[in-house]
Design a protein around this ligand. Structure first.
Ligand code: ADP
Ligand code: G3P
Length: 493
């Protein structure tokens, strides 16, 4: 008899992972492979599409093995992925025409500059919820069509397929039978009308992108296809979503005003905003949330470029800790940062400041400043940046009542406490912080009848630790004002 397990394929920027969940959302087994990064030029980042697929398949087989499961035990597969990363392949041979261009890659900036010169910013914001930026897939695809010899002509003959990583994995799993994506991934291409949920003709024309390249778009919970590559019996692929929207879903944020923050290398904060689309007026991005049905759902998003990475800098740049986990003890060895403020604008500042040229600063140093004060200021900087994002979100949408957290740095209790203090709302860390993969498993389980609806999923979200604010509103306002002063000094020293 089937064990009703769910297999999540989580293809991230730094690794490919596969996790088997049981019906109660508990992890049964997992496997992981690091993904090599390629930097052919300054500002360029690439991944090998074949390596992505090979590692994903290997980890899926390993996870099944470790779970003692056969394909017959797996009710459905969910895919979640690094978003925006752009691939182009030949429909007949399945051969990629180029390495995948990773979301961090800036090479498409001149293409974006031309779109801005043509005055397309308002149209892009209204249709896609996004700013014109090289981050998104559309400009990256334009670059590929311009620079891979013969690509534009082959695309016009209908010979090529474009996809984000979800589409690539689906194509491989279905052995070239299915070319599709979900709304949450499509909404990060800068080519998708997120309210009407279809590819946008005007934007496709503006970028000169042939329609035949594009995948079909479905809700995130949908039977996209099936695969026999994990063994004899075919398994449905029942869910797909971009990783940040998948984490929002895995955190059971199904209602307007529910929000999550993922503390990894950077931080990604998303708030569910319901079924009505309104572009941000505060420098945030709007996208489609992971959708259980065809009814459009939206999320606001803001990201902090340097989150946990500031801790890596303490380790590798300053050498004041020997592993990331040591930062908590060092930062907690002093009661506060002694007036030191660290603004980690190593690569500029993102939302809500959008200061690409800004560079980092440390202010408030005295003769008494120690490594512990710097470490504390670094941890606090992660929380300050996230608090500024949340304030912008609350101005755009509605106040939120608690923040759900996940990601590698969310294990840091001091960081979580400072975050609750600065937000003035509880910060809740679930029992399992594998919420990205869990979101994909939930989506896959819904389309295949393992779960009946989101109410059942909300009951499976298990809070672990809750951090309550411990300072009053006046102190909170004073600390945020101190942060904003430090940011102003950083932007205009
Ligand atoms: N205890 C800790 N306190 C603060 N940051 C931490 C801690 N442990 C790990 N980190 C940071 O978390 C990040 C890794 O988190 P992870 O979710 O794996 O990131 P990503 O998915 O971006 O690779 C690193 O930047 C690391 O410095
Ligand atoms: O793979 P991650 O976790 O670094 O997430 C990448 C984001 O989806 C980029 O938008």
């Amino acid at each position: 008899m089937s064990r009703g397990l769910l297999l999540a394929l989580d293809q991230g920027t730094s690794s490919s992972r596969s996790i088997v969940f049981d019906h109660e959302a508990r992890i049964v087994a997992m496997a992981q492979r690091e993904l090599p990064q390629h930097y052919p030029q300054a500002g360029w980042v690439e991944h090998d599409p074949r390596r992505i697929w090979a590692d994903q398949l290997t980890t899926a087989r390993e996870a099944l093995d470790r779970a003692g499961a056969t394909p017959a035990d797996i009710a459905s597969i969910g895919i979640t992925n690094q978003r925006e990363t752009t691939l182009l392949w030949n429909r007949r041979t399945g051969e990629p025409l180029h390495n995948a261009i990773v979301w961090q890659d800036r090479r498409a900036e001149p293409i974006c500059a031309r779109l801005r010169e043509r005055g397309l910013e308002a149209l892009v914001l209204q249709r896609t919820g996004l700013r014109i930026d090289a981050y998104f897939s559309g400009p990256k695809l334009r670059w590929l069509l311009d620079h891979v010899p013969g690509a534009q002509a082959a695309a016009e003959r209908g010979e090529l397929a474009f996809g984000t990583v979800d589409s690539w994995l689906l194509w491989q799993l279905t052995e070239g039978r299915v070319h599709a994506t979900d709304v949450s991934n499509a909404s990060r291409t800068m080519l998708f009308d997120i309210a009407r949920q279809r590819w946008d003709e005007e934007l496709l024309d503006a970028l000169g992108i042939p329609r035949s390249l594009l995948p079909a778009v479905h809700p995130s919970s949908h039977v996209f296809g099936e695969t026999t590559l994990l063994g004899g019996r075919s398994i449905p692929i029942g869910g797909m979503a971009g990783d940040q929207q998948s984490a929002l879903f895995g955190q059971a944020c199904f209602e307007p005003g529910l929000a999550k923050n993922t503390y990894g290398t950077g931080c990604f904060m998303l708030m569910h905003t319901g079924e009505a689309f309104r572009p941000s007026e505060n420098g945030l991005l709007a996208s489609n949330a992971a959708q259980p049905s065809a009814t459009p759902q939206f999320a606001l998003e803001g990201s902090v470029f340097v989150g946990g990475a500031v801790v890596q800098w303490l380790r590798d740049g300053l050498g004041i800790i020997s592993s990331s986990g040591d930062v908590q003890a060092l930062a907690a060895s002093v009661p506060d940062s002694g007036g030191v403020m660290l603004v980690p604008a190593f690569t500029g500042l993102g939302a809500p400041y959008w200061q690409a040229e800004a560079r980092g600063s440390i202010v408030g140093l005295t003769r008494g400043t120690t490594a512990a004060h710097i470490a504390r200021a670094a941890v606090e900087a992660i929380a300050f940046q996230s608090a500024a994002l949340l304030q912008a979100m609350s101005r755009d949408a509605q106040p939120i009542h608690e923040l759900r957290v996940d990601g590698g740095a969310s294990v840091n209790d001091l960081l979580m406490q400072v975050q609750a203090d600065l937000l003035g709302i509880p910060v809740v860390r679930p029992e399992s912080i594998e919420t990205t993969a869990l979101g994909a498993a939930f989506l896959a389980g819904l389309s295949c009848g393992v779960y009946r609806g989101t109410a059942e999923l909300a009951a499976l979200w298990r809070p672990g630790q809750r951090f309550e604010p411990s300072i009053d509103a006046d102190e909170r306002a004073a600390r945020m004002a101190q942060w904003e002063r430090a940011v102003r000094q950083t932007i205009a020293p």
